[in-house]
Design a protein around this ligand. Structure first.
Ligand code: ADP
Ligand code: MG
Length: 558
């Protein structure tokens, strides 16, 4: 039974499978690679999915819906005529069509899939994706970040060439930029940044508004159908500009024909704010990874909007680099998901490739300030940490004779716990502890399969542990137990890693030997290095490790 890889896109979805030593791109019932992620209901109340539904976005806008991936995980009702659907239900209808079409294409049953999700999806949205898969009859044990999938597709066809890569994935509704290190068959994501409200849609809207304004039309006076029609033509006009220097669009409104001619220069002008927003995550991801554009081996463009020559040129301009074009932007993510599915099935065609993942959000626990009695977040696992990871902190009693510990685990970036998502709570009794005496060693461990565990060792040596997130509704207790055992081997925080301890020992003896300004200088670097280890941010750790090594090597060379 095959495991397929699915790119469940905001705009388009597709599937691939690793079969007989090669990757097969699956075609749907219409013979197309791409299935629009669109769902509708026809006049007889029947559900339509894919291209048939997409065709009706204009003619039956109230009976058709798209871009529901943006709402995955949110408690919203999406109305199609009189019926209401959740974003998960709508996504499951797309997945179901993909499953049925793939079964017909391959002539075999499909039970399992690897699905790609934007790197910025938080846990709620990742679980919503899994729920959608479950509703469509697909087992999903692993999700893959879209940029990781794209990198995997690129690297697989480039012999896993060592280097640091930037992946720019610009689709219909999301922009994800990531930096990936490939070294000795280990792929590591160094940083991700993105804008999940930016996509090809924004270019369509810019053209749409330009069409209305330049034709002297008033948007409020247009019917829903007329607006939808202008929007559809705007998108067609944009796509035509990817292969022609000039394109035009015309729309009939109340028996009058309105037209617009557009070239790429004009497009750059009317969509200037969209281009500017593309630059932000590209710059941010480099900053987060502490890299310069020169450190990047290749810039890989994926997603339909990267097919726009203006987008590619804009990225080349801001990076002062040539972008790589030898990968199909439409299928890269789906191919990566299929390769990953092949690896998961332990296909003998694959050489052993280790893929680490990253945690796209910060995880921490709430702590109280004993002076102000205010609650704030203690961030244990930082956003962009490389998975698997494990971080331990020591905590102190917050009141006299404390006998109870309530550990609330949150996901989010706010210092105020209530503004973050509460993932779970572990309540334990502990030996009575005096105010500000040590009460526990508390550890959060997050692995590549999405298992988040908390364990607390109280001062009497008793260990209390709880799986906060198993991230998979279908995992049996026995399976969780097996993985928990495996996690035990991972619980090595950066501060406990042998190479870091050795480096610190070397630094300590250097501090003992040196004097004056030189000594202060080393102390300063060591403090920063220790801070980086404490916060666990991999790129910071890397940067300060290098720095400390250089300082110590220079001393040794003197
Ligand atoms: P998603 O990842 O959101 O599902 P895709 O990667 O399939 O999206 O990209 C869809 C977007 O790409 C749409 O906004 C579409 O208009 C745009 N697009 C597709 N082909 C082209 C093209 N040849 N030129 C410009 N834009 C394109
Ligand atoms: Mg996509």
């Amino acid at each position: 039974m095959a495991i397929i890889g699915i790119d469940l896109g905001t705009t388009n979805s597709m599937a691939t499978v690793w079969k007989d030593g090669k990757l097969v791109v699956i075609k749907n019932s219409l013979g197309d690679v791409m299935t629009p992620s669109v769902v509708g209901v026809d006049d007889n109340g029947e559900i339509l999915v894919g291209k048939v539904a997409a065709e009706r976005l204009v003619s039956a806008p109230s009976m058709t819906t798209s871009e529901f991936k943006r709402k995955l995980g949110a408690k919203v009702d999406i109305m199609l005529g009189d019926s209401s659907f959740s974003p998960e239900q709508l996504s499951s209808l797309v997945l179901k069509k993909i499953k049925i079409d793939a079964e017909a294409f391959l002539g075999e049953e499909i039970e399992e899939a690897v699905i790609s999700v934007p790197a910025y999806f938080d846990d709620t949205r990742r679980n919503a994706t899994k729920l959608a898969a479950e509703m469509s009859g697909l087992k999903v044990e692993r999700l893959i970040n879209e940029p990781s999938a794209a990198a995997l597709a690129y690297l697989q066809s480039h012999d896993y060439k060592d280097g640091t890569y930037m992946i720019v994935d610009f689709g219909g509704g999301t922009l994800d930029v990531s930096i990936i290190d490939s070294f000795d068959s280990v792929m590591e994501i160094l940083a991700v940044a993105g804008d999940n409200q930016l996509g090809g849609k924004d270019f369509n809207e810019a053209i749409y508004h330009h069409f209305i304004v330049s034709n002297g039309l008033i948007e409020a006076e247009l019917t829903a159908e007329q607006k939808a029609s202008i929007y559809k033509m705007s998108e067609a006009c944009k796509i035509a500009l990817s292969s022609m220097p000039l394109s035009s669009m015309s729309v009939n409104i109340d028996d009058k024909t309105y037209t617009l001619m557009l070239d790429n220069n004009k497009l750059i002008e009317i969509a200037a704010s969209v281009f500017e927003r593309v630059a932000a995550p590209i710059r941010k991801v480099l900053r987060d990874a502490r890299l310069k554009f020169d450190d990047i081996e290749d810039i890989i463009l994926v997603g339909g909007s990267c097919k726009m020559p203006t987008v590619a040129a804009f990225i080349e301009k801001i990076t002062s680099r040539e972008v790589c074009t030898d990968i199909n932007p439409d299928t890269a993510i789906g191919m990566g998901a299929g390769i990953f599915a092949g690896m998961k099935a332990r296909n003998k065609d694959f050489k052993e490739v280790v893929m680490t993942d990253i945690c796209p959000f910060t995880l921490g626990i709430s702590v109280v300030d004993t002076q102000t009695q205010e609650w704030y977040m203690d961030f244990l696992i930082q956003r962009n940490s490389i998975l698997p990871t494990s971080v331990m902190r020591t905590y102190y009693a917050s009141c006299q004779n404390q006998t109870k510990l309530i550990v609330n685990v949150y996901q989010g970036e706010s210092l105020t716990p209530s503004k973050n998502i509460l993932l779970g709570t572990l309540t334990i009794d502990c030996p009575p502890t005096a105010l500000e005496e040590k009460i526990s060693d508390t550890r959060l461990t997050y692995d590549i399969n999405g298992i988040l565990m908390i364990d607390v060792i109280t001062t009497d040596g008793v260990k209390h542990e709880k799986v906060i997130l198993s991230n998979n509704n279908m995992m049996s207790p026995a399976e969780i137990e097996r993985r928990k055992k495996h996690l035990e081997t991972l619980k090595i925080a950066p501060t406990e890693k042998e190479e870091n301890r050795l480096l610190l020992a070397r630094a300590e003896s250097a501090i003992e030997e040196c004097l004056g300004f030189q000594r202060d200088f080393i102390v300063n670097v060591v403090v920063q290095f220790k801070k980086a280890l404490y916060y666990g941010n991999p790129s910071e750790i890397r940067a300060w490790t290098e720095r400390l090594k250089t300082v110590l090597d220079e001393l040794d060379g003197e």
